[in-house]
Unconditional design. Structure first.
Length: 272
């Protein structure tokens, strides 16, 4: 059988097409449910928080966001059946008992390998006083809100300079915000990222008092990962590039998109 030049060329092209591997598909974006329902005090910065998280999602291209904004949304969305296609939740200035239908099932969902991320008053959410002594949410988060005083500027110690949430800070982070004080926080059960070794200069009796005052941390909850930063009361904090990188790094870590340890750290020596 005589093969023409055209036939030979077509055969060669077919072989090349067969030999070339198919183009790899881009990995699917992670999905985060942003929860902003406030059953107690409602921060004016919630709208800015939602906008910021949406912009970070779009700019990074790593994840998408959907929103859970009120009590009816919570009843419908913060249940395993709805959450099964999500990779994590972000509590953006939530407060008090937001009405999760089955808290145990929600915490088990995180424990199965999902991400919990939260800013500011996420630490003032589902406290033991909100739930008649139930400490399960507090134990997952790592601590609970004790109080705050006047807004002030702090320069917390950056304990983990390599973690994705703090590596960009270059060892220093001066920020003015409403600074939370915590109880039931144990640095042996989480990895402190930012902390103060003296009480904030907030016109309170604790101002300047030596101690261990957490600002941001990460921890594990079963197979799940928890990132929490107590900063984020003010709109200008959410809008600052430094804070945006802080929470993006925490999100990347919690979603398993960036490496970082959750092992506890001993408290560093106090600064002079």
């Amino acid at each position: 059988m005589k093969i023409t030049r055209a036939g030979f060329a077509l055969s060669a092209l077919a072989l090349v097409c067969v030999a070339l591997p198919a183009s790899p598909k881009a990995p699917a974006k992670k999905r985060i449910l942003v929860v902003s329902h406030a059953a107690g005090f409602r921060h004016s910065s919630i709208a800015t928080a939602e906008k910021t998280l949406g912009e970070i999602a779009e700019k990074s291209g790593l994840f998408t966001v959907e929103y859970c904004r009120n009590g009816e949304d919570v009843k419908k969305m913060l249940v395993p059946e709805f959450l099964k296609d999500f990779d994590g939740v972000y509590f953006a200035n939530t407060t008090a008992d937001i009405g999760i239908p089955d808290l145990g099932a929600f915490l088990d969902w995180i424990k199965s390998g999902k991400a919990f991320m939260g800013s500011h008053s996420a630490g003032d959410t589902l406290k033991s006083s909100d739930l008649k002594g139930d400490m399960r949410f507090v134990e997952m988060l790592g601590g609970q809100f004790r109080g705050h005083h006047a807004q002030c500027e702090i320069d917390p110690i950056v304990e983990d300079t390599k973690h994705p949430a703090t590596a960009h800070l270059n060892g220093s982070y001066k920020v003015k915000d409403e600074i939370y004080l915590f109880k039931d926080w144990d640095r042996t059960k989480c990895r402190s990222l930012l902390f103060m070794d003296k009480g904030p200069n907030d016109n309170s009796k604790e101002a300047g008092v030596p101690g261990d005052y957490p600002v941001a941390w990460v921890k594990k909850h079963g197979k799940g990962k928890v990132f929490y930063t107590s900063l984020g009361h003010r709109e200008d904090v959410w809008e600052s590039e430094t804070y945006r990188q802080h929470i993006l790094g925490g999100i990347r870590w919690a979603l398993g998109l960036a490496k970082g340890s959750s092992d506890p750290l001993p408290a560093p020596s106090p600064r002079n």
